[in-house]
Ligand binder design. Sequence first.
Ligand SMILES: [Zn+2]
Length: 220
Amino acid sequence: MTTKTNAEGIDLDIKDAMEGYERFRQRFGRDKAFYSRLAQAKQKPKLLWIGCCDSRVVPSQITSADPGELFEIRNIANCVPPCGADEDSVGAAIEYALGHLGIDDIVVCGHTGCGGIQALLEPIPPGAEAHLGRWVDYTRPAHDLIRAAGIEPEDMLMATVAAHIQFQLDNLMTYDIVRKGVEEGRVGIHGWLYEMETGEVIVYNRASGEWRALVEQPAG
Ligand SMILES: [Zn+2]
């Protein structure tokens, strides 16, 4: 595999990032007071966002958040491994967000066309991509549920994406700090599903078990 380079031998993808950085430096210069306040005070984000790595699903864009407002965990298929699973990265961020930053709302956001969910529909050959194989196994409960429900093949991915979000809300509740916060009414947990095709977010209502639009009127 070769990378595309320009006449000076600079990788074009890195060149794009370097030019983007230049534009950021100019904006930083214009907003110096804002960035200086951010740097001098302790961070005080409003939300813990648990989302997918997918490059098309950008948390700060979807929520119009400024720097300092979102504390983010992004991983393949927005997974929350249950407490006690052999995986500390997500649990550490949850404990830090709630215990040290005082965050009291958690959004788990999945999305349509998620390759991390799709992965289990097309089994990974044994022995290949061991890390990916182990990770996407966290999506298995949703796959098992939807397969057993006899959903039409064309609706399976969307149904699995939605069910997976519901399972991750259950998994959040396996962490003491989340469960206590929710039981005492201090912490809210929210399941969102971002529809890439329309830009709409639908939300899961844990009490009724239903999904509905986050905002009723269409965009634009
Ligand atoms: Zn995804």
